[in-house]
Design a protein around this ligand. Structure first.
Ligand code: ATP
Ligand code: MG
Length: 559
């Protein structure tokens, strides 16, 4: 344990460091224990980051353990997605993948040990009766009439449970602790229940399955986990965790510590709620870029390092709080700012005709790929008399001179090109502008010799140089800051959370398609959608805008 990194950022590191100093432990082993009943989300990333970080800091190891005790809700599909997500985040999974189900034989043996010690019994009350007998926070529980059954009978009934003699819900194994305990979890908790479901790992071998509480502490002990870190809602379960390990014949005692779970503004982070959004087609699958699953973030274009930076910044405490979405956004902006190529993309195209240039005029312009990093090179672009600009960069009513907008009578610079001035507009029968007629000043390439007053700089693409592309613009899925607090959270879905636009992108992007992530000038950072690799249709997902626009609508209304 020499040469460990002694930097302490959170209370769990403090505990581990103390355990090492006082020789309570002579190695460190953590675990991340997902139930394979859904995809991982950014809350899980917090836990993965913490567990793997601690293992690395203290020169220990971290296991991935599937907490697969409920075959009714689990599947190999979810197992594969979890492995894929953790690997994508950059954590090595080689010999450290385990399954609670591999220990079912041992758990069964421990359950029998508790029965033989008079510390567990087979209860035949119905589910409803068990709930009623358990009491409430203000009233104590009542003993089940089956509680005083003989050890011999309990052993026999437990065996019958295992052999499929009972139907689901007609019997269960309960710990015999204290029906009057102030902690409801200690009022004879269920240790085993009957589920006639084939298990993805053990197939048809079992029809009884241990509960989370029984399986978790035993799995930790068998894997010789030193620090078992979980979220605060398991605080009461810690007593049961310790009770089980203290009453069975184990050689290793793990300790449980709790931290507060991640909550993120405008988001739901619960597999059950995410599952609902997917099942009801409110989002397009588990990897919809609007939800904060790891696969959704990946499809949107977040990088593993931006997610890890975020996890580091939010820290680990016992306080419940909600993290600002802008923090997550700033992590990806910082990650992409210095290494993405800039391009010009016109998302709401309108044609602009430069009338003092002849039709066949084509001028090659050299444009830097990054305004500040010359080593990122340059690309060729074409300037001609027909270009696209964004229709929202033009404002017809010139009584209001707006910053950064072209209007009849004012002047604006085309990025990396010339200063232009708008002369007139051409409209269709419905009074919609179809074309803007401008002139350009040929002496203004990269300079402004007459010190003309210009309203700003806008992006553009010459028609010769523009290829069609789709742009998916995302906004937060919920209009409420904390939708998890609201029972009726589905009422607060943002109907404009995805806006699809058909526009144009500089054709040079095809030469750099392998870069995947780009900054489209003035529009934000974008990521090529995975469907491109199948359809070859250019679709870009907006990862994030250039500045935070949370709570502001992202699309402007077309009048
Ligand atoms: P969910 O509520 O999303 O279904 P869960 O706790 O049931 O989450 P598990 O698969 O059991 O999901 O979680 C695996 C680990 O991830 C657990 O240790 C759990 O405490 C942790 N975890 C889950 N959600 C969060 C969160 N929002 N923030 C931090 N850790 C989390
Ligand atoms: Mg869980």
């Amino acid at each position: 344990m020499n040469n460990i990194n002694k930097k302490i950022y959170n209370f769990i590191q403090k505990i581990i460091y103390k355990d090492i100093i006082t020789k309570k432990v002579n190695y460190v082993k953590t675990r991340f224990p997902p139930e394979p009943n859904g995809y991982l989300h950014i809350g899980h990333a917090k836990s993965i980051f913490l567990n793997f970080y601690l293992a690395k800091q203290f020169k220990g190891t971290c296991n991935l353990r599937f907490d697969d005790t409920n075959p009714k809700r689990e599947s190999v599909h979810y197992i594969n997605s979890i492995i894929k997500d953790i690997t994508w985040l950059g954590y090595k999974l080689n010999n450290n993948i385990f399954y609670a189900s591999s220990y079912f034989d041992v758990m069964y043996m421990y359950a029998k040990e508790l029965i033989m010690k008079g510390l567990a019994y087979v209860d035949q009350l119905t589910k409803e009766e068990i709930r009623t007998y358990r009491g409430t926070l203000i009233s104590p529980g009542i003993n089940s009439p089956y509680r005083t059954q003989s050890i011999k009978r309990n052993l026999l009934l437990f065996k019958k449970m295992k052999n499929g003699y009972f139907s689901e819900g007609s019997a269960c194994l309960r710990a015999k602790i204290n029906m009057k305990s102030p902690l409801i979890i200690m009022r004879d908790p269920v240790l085993y229940r009957i589920l006639f479901s084939e298990h993805h790992q053990t197939n048809k071998k079992w029809c009884i399955y241990p509960t989370y509480d029984f399986a978790h502490c035993i799995s930790d002990s068998l894997e010789k986990i030193t620090h078992s870190i979980c979220t605060l809602e398991f605080q009461d379960n810690r007593k049961l965790y310790e009770w089980i390990l203290n009453n069975i014949n184990v050689t290793h005692y793990s300790n449980q510590y709790e931290f507060s779970r991640l909550k993120l503004e405008y988001s739901v982070l619960s597999k059950r709620k995410l599952q609902f959004l997917v099942a009801k087609n409110i989002v397009n699958g588990w990897d919809d870029p609007r939800i904060h699953t790891i696969s959704g973030l990946r499809r949107r274009g977040y990088t593993p390092s931006s997610i890890k930076t975020f996890c580091k910044k939010i820290g680990v405490t016992k306080q419940e709080n909600i993290i600002e979405l802008s923090l997550l956004e700033s992590c990806i902006r910082n990650d992409l700012n210095l290494n993405t190529f800039r391009y010009m993309a016109v998302i709401n195209p309108i044609q602009l005709h430069i009338c003092n240039l002849y039709d066949s005029y084509k001028e090659a312009l050299t444009i830097p790929n990054h305004p500040k990093i010359s080593s990122m090179g340059t690309r060729q672009s074409i300037f001609s008399n027909k270009i696209y600009i964004d229709r929202f960069d033009f404002y017809e009513n010139n009584t209001l001179i707006l910053n950064k907008k072209l209007t009849i009578g004012n002047k604006i610079r085309l990025r990396y090109a010339y200063i232009i001035s708008a002369k007139e507009v051409i409209k269709d029968n419905n009074n919609n502008i179809t074309k803007i007629i401008c002139t350009y000043d040929k002496n203004t390439l990269g300079k402004n010799p007459n010190n003309e007053k210009i309203s700003g700089v806008i992006h553009w693409i010459s028609i010769e140089n523009a290829i069609p592309a789709q742009f998916n613009l995302y906004d937060q899925l919920f209009l409420l800051k904390d939708p998890e607090l609201e029972e009726n959270y589905m009422k607060h879905i943002n109907n404009n959370s995805l806006i699809v636009k058909q526009g144009f992108i500089e054709s040079d992007i095809l030469n750099n398609i392998s870069k995947k992530r780009y900054q489209f000038e003035r529009e934000g950072y974008f990521y090529i959608d995975k469907s491109y690799y199948v359809t070859k249709k250019l679709i870009f997902n907006r990862i994030v805008t250039l500045k935070s626009n949370i709570k502001k609508p992202i699309h402007k209304i077309i009048k």
